[in-house]
Design a protein around this ligand. Structure first.
Ligand SMILES: C[S@@+](CC[C@H](N)C(=O)[O-])C[C@H]1O[C@@H](n2cnc3c(N)ncnc32)[C@H](O)[C@@H]1O
Length: 183
């Protein structure tokens, strides 16, 4: 019985510790090129609809945070969904959410820097970054395969060379940009 209570206390302590570290990370992330701000659920739904997902599409969320977008995509999409994130803590939070999320497809988490990440194998690239983040990704975007799409919340591509653009706007401030790689 004592071990049971000890176990409960330990679990509670670990949850509180993770939560405190999470909050510290969120505040500190505002000093970085791309801070941690989860994509609103209403926007995620629209981004997924605009992505025109095909059954075998390989999908990636650049800067996947706590996995909100990845889980929403995997709930509807039967192909591979990748979450690329540099923060180990956010990846841990994302993994811990796994048992609470139903999924059709296969999810892969990877700790990596999105600015040096190879995007040439993906069909759909989701992102919610910053203008500076989009600028830093220019070279990687150019290496995407023909016909693949970028679905970006709020921030447009800086150079649209080799991409056709289709912008969808919802409300006063919400913008979703969709681009297709043409050549
Ligand atoms: C605006 S949040 C988007 C969160 C997530 N896509 C969602 O929908 O909830 C941007 C994320 O990018 C991550 N990030 C910032 N710079 C990064 C880098 N160089 N490599 C990988 N991830 C990065 C941040 O830690 C943060 O989680």
């Amino acid at each position: 019985m004592d071990y049971f209570i000890l176990g409960i206390n330990l679990l509670f302590f670990l949850i509180v510790l993770t939560l405190v570290c999470y909050l510290i990370y969120v505040f500190r992330s505002f000093r970085q090129i791309v801070p941690y701000v989860p994509t609103p659920y209403s926007i995620i739904k629209r981004m997924i609809n605009l992505a025109d997902l095909q059954p075998n599409d390989k999908v990636v969320d650049l800067g996947s945070g706590s996995g909100r977008l990845v889980y929403r995509i995997a709930k509807r999409h039967q192909g591979e969904v990748w979450g690329i994130e540099k923060s180990r803590l956010l990846l841990l939070v994302a993994r811990l959410r796994q048992p609470f999320n139903r999924k059709k497809g296969q999810i892969f988490w990877q700790q990596a820097d999105i600015f040096t990440y190879d995007l040439s194998h993906f069909d759909k690239v989701f992102c919610f970054l910053t203008s500076r983040g989009m600028k830093n990704l220019e070279e990687n975007f150019q290496k995407m395969k023909i016909g693949s799409k970028i679905i970006s919340y709020t921030f447009p591509l800086i150079s649209k060379e080799n991409f056709s653009q289709e912008r969808r706007q919802f409300g006063q401030k919400d913008k979703i940009f969709v681009y297709t790689k043409m050549s």
